[in-house]
Design a binder for this molecule. Structure first.
Ligand code: MRU
Length: 346
């Protein structure tokens, strides 16, 4: 599959995820405002991919406004990228990383962005291997996995996070079935995760969000695997709204609840859940689904795009460099970074 985001012939190229699964459309972007719009409307989305988009955004900004000659317009363009979405720490991080190389000129900024892209690809493959090993340790034999949102290659440049683990389990012959939640309001599970599962040939059945806790309570799930947009110092996890409900249900059902994310999503500078900005995307996405009204005109609505799951509901956090067993009293601060894995690519 083409990478979800990349740099080609002087432009950011990205798969427009709003068009999936109906159409595979690749956008070529050379303008900061167009990139910001793509981020806001989720044409590119998912924490690791947003980090790479942020870094490429700085490249576009530096090309449009020489940072030395026109620092104000450069700074404004960079700020518009950084602030396009608030919850995933990767976006601001990607911007800052590229910004740190601005004194070296546009080529140095581009090199930093390309390095970040490569780093996220390597991280995805590593955490997929760590995650699949952990699932075997926690559950044993072939497993039924539940997940929410889209955490595959579309969200992470290549391979994915939680869906990367599911793909690795499938490659190892250890996946009985994947159960993706449709993920209202924007249906990342229904539109994107099913698309990726079908392409990898993995057995799966889609379910509505509210069926997740019930299937957990009926013993139909062996492990819940979710991604993250930000994992803060006390271990709380911001991820797609609906994640918290799954964690509560998993605890009730005594099913392991595993968070899978690269180290670039770990944010020790933010202390706890209360310090995380949760994006509210407004009522439109709630009262209508893909252009079809599902509520009377003018219905007020609340639309938090993410929720926060406290560390006490998380069995383990798997990253590209470590597995942190919260269920054994380990914390992000107590487990040092280890080596990346370099599994053979399937
Ligand atoms: O609003 P989205 O689609 O960007 O939300 C994405 C998620 O919540 C993902 O679970 C998270 O970014 C991890 S992606 C590997």
């Amino acid at each position: 599959m083409q990478r979800t985001i990349d740099w080609a012939d002087g432009a950011v190229e990205l798969i427009d995820q709003t068009e999936l699964p109906e159409r595979e459309v690749v956008l070529r972007i050379t303008d900061v405002a167009v990139l910001v719009d793509a981020i806001r409307r989720l044409a590119v989305r998912g924490a690791p991919a947003l980090g790479v988009a942020g870094a490429f955004g700085v490249v576009l900004a530096a090309r449009a406004h020489d940072p030395a000659d026109d620092p104000d317009r450069f700074a404004a363009a960079v700020a518009s990228v950084r602030e396009a979405r608030p919850t995933a720490v990767n976006l601001a991080r990607g911007v800052e990383l590229a910004l740190g190389r601005v004194d070296g000129g546009v080529d140095a900024v581009l090199r930093a962005a390309l390095d970040l892209r490569d780093d996220e690809v390597a991280a995805s493959w590593s955490l997929s291997a760590y995650g699949a090993d952990l699932v075997r340790e926690l559950v044993g034999g072939p497993v039924r996995t539940m997940t929410i949102c889209n955490t595959g290659a579309l969200a992470a440049v290549e391979r994915g996070t939680a869906l990367g683990v599911i793909e690795e389990l499938h490659a190892r012959g250890e996946l009985v079935e994947a159960l993706p939640l449709e993920t209202r309001p924007l249906l990342q599970g229904g539109r994107l995760t099913t698309w990726e599962l079908a392409r990898m040939g993995a057995p799966h059945r889609l379910l509505v969000d509210s069926a997740g806790p019930f299937l957990l309570s009926r013993g139909q799930v062996d492990v819940v695997l979710v991604g993250a947009d930000r994992i803060v110092r006390d271990g709380a996890v911001a991820n797609k709204v609906g994640t918290f409900s799954l964690a509560l249900a998993a605890r009730y059902a005594r099913v392991p609840f595993v968070v899978v994310a690269p180290e670039s999503t770990v944010d020790p500078a933010t202390a706890s859940a209360d310090d995380i900005t949760i994006e509210d995307r407004g009522p439109g996405e709630v009262v209508g689904v893909r252009g079809v009204a599902v509520a009377p005109p003018g219905t007020p609505a609340v639309n938090p795009a993410f929720d926060v799951t406290p560390a006490e509901l998380v069995t383990a956090v798997v990253t590209d460099r470590r597995v942190v067993r919260f269920d054994r009293g380990e914390t992000l601060g107590s487990v040092p970074l280890g080596q990346r894995r370099t599994p053979s690519r399937t």
